[in-house]
Design a binder for this molecule. Structure first.
Ligand SMILES: Nc1nc2c(ncn2[C@@H]2O[C@H](COP(=O)(O)OP(=O)(O)O)[C@@H](O)[C@H]2O)c(=O)[nH]1
Ligand SMILES: [Mg+2]
Length: 380
């Protein structure tokens, strides 16, 4: 697996697609990662690689991730500079504004020069830039998610002796332009996880992958409750809910396990303290600033879009919503042992947190083993 969409990777991806199209994949138990762009699919796959596979090699760290992280850092500076202009904010020190301007057309060559890293550190600490960061909502959340993570650490990231750590790799971002697959062994069984990319142009690729899939992990960034699509103006979280409903209505999923990760809980918990949920979901009447109540509500909204004919949660809502909710949260589902219908499982996740993903994956392990392996006639 590679992060940057190079030609080798594209070749592998095309070969994989062909194999899937021809139906060869049907006998291989695999989980499909689905969800809108930036919901955390690639991040989850990287965590799986760290937790269940061989991790990242030194060559990948230096040849792929060091240049990518340099690009990510420059992108953070560019986005902040654009934010400064849009908000009409003034730099405290003139040279910081000059640096912002100089970065607009700058392309790093493989690594971040140590002296540039120092200048970026000074740029980031400029009180004007800090205000811009705090007010990012006002210019449409154009900042990369990992802005604070990288800019707090810029000095460490400079120079040719810098080797990206696992956490740096987790925080780095490259749009997934081709199909990515990670195969690993779980309880002595081979399993593959496939990420098809969430960019709109990639979605046409999903359809032929549905056939024969044994399980889906659908990721949604619940921290996007106040964000809109820059082109359509549609609320991103509502869009994600609708997408999940559409996927669950698809006949391709009648025999697959479906696990929803309400992701970016860390961002959500922070944001909910100052951005009221009610402004974007008018039927929310819970306490303002209460992240648990707000997440419970959104979990319920997700359950609402599960089509009634699909089986699973909504048709089994009695005896009480809260019992059902807590049961879903634990990764089990009501009456699951009495039914062979496929059920929807919900978990709250922070994909950038390796420990959190380790625990969640433990929790979904049983669902995966039962739904994936038994369905294809393999005894777990
Ligand atoms: N803070 C935070 N950032 C996250 C989380 N999950 C993903 N990200 C970041 O969000 C960005 C987009 O994630 P990515 O996995 O590339 O999304 P994808 O488009 O669905 O593959 C990356 O910079 C990740 O580091 C999370 O739970 N918390
Ligand atoms: Mg991706």
């Amino acid at each position: 697996m590679s992060c940057c969409g190079g030609s080798e990777e594209k070749k592998r991806s095309r070969a994989l697609e062909k194999e899937i199209r021809r139906g060869k994949r049907k006998r291989v138990p695999y989980l499909l990662l689905l969800g809108a762009g930036k919901s955390g699919k690639s991040t989850f796959l990287k965590q799986m690689r760290i937790l269940h596979s061989s991790g990242f090699t030194q060559v990948e760290r230096e040849a792929e991730y060091r240049p990518l992280i340099a690009q990510n850092v420059i992108m953070c500076v560019k986005s902040l500079h654009q934010g400064m202009l849009r908000l009409g904010l003034k730099y405290y020190a003139v040279q910081n504004g000059q640096l912002g301007e100089a970065m607009v057309d700058y392309k790093p060559e493989g690594f971040l020069h140590a002296d540039l890293a120092d200048q970026i550190d000074t740029f980031w600490l400029d009180p004007g830039v800090q205000e811009c960061y705090r007010r990012q909502r006002e210019f449409g959340y154009d900042l990369p998610d990992s802005t604070k993570y990288f800019l707090d650490a810029t000095r460490r990231l400079g120079g040719t002796s810098y080797t990206p750590t696992d956490q740096d790799i987790i925080q780095s971002r490259a749009p997934t332009l081709s199909i990515q697959e990670l195969a690993f062994t779980m309880d002595r069984k081979q399993i593959a996880i496939v990420d098809v990319g969430g960019q709109p142009s990639e979605r046409r690729k999903w359809v032929h992958l549905f056939d024969g899939v044994r399980g889906v992990i659908f990721l949604t960034a619940i921290s996007e409750y106040d964000q809109v699509d820059q082109k359509t103006g549609e609320n991103l979280l509502k869009h994600s809910m609708a997408l999940m409903g559409t996927l669950l209505s698809s006949p391709f999923f009648t025999s697959s396990g479906f696990i929803v990760f309400m992701n970016k809980m860390d961002v959500f918990q922070d944001k909910i303290s100052y951005v009221p949920l009610r402004h974007y979901f008018s039927s929310y009447h819970g306490p303002q600033g209460d992240s648990k109540a707000a997440a419970d509500f959104l979990e319920h909204e997700f359950c609402e879009v599960v089509p009634a004919g699909t089986g699973g949660f909504p048709r089994r809502r009695s005896p009480s919503i809260s019992a059902a909710m807590s049961s879903l949260r634990r990764g089990t589902s009501l009456h699951s042992e009495q039914s062979d219908e496929h059920l929807v499982y919900l978990h709250r996740t922070t994909a950038t947190n390796t420990e959190n993903i380790r625990n969640i994956f433990e929790a979904v392990r049983n669902i995966i083993l039962i739904n994936l392996l038994e369905n294809i006639g393999v005894t777990p």
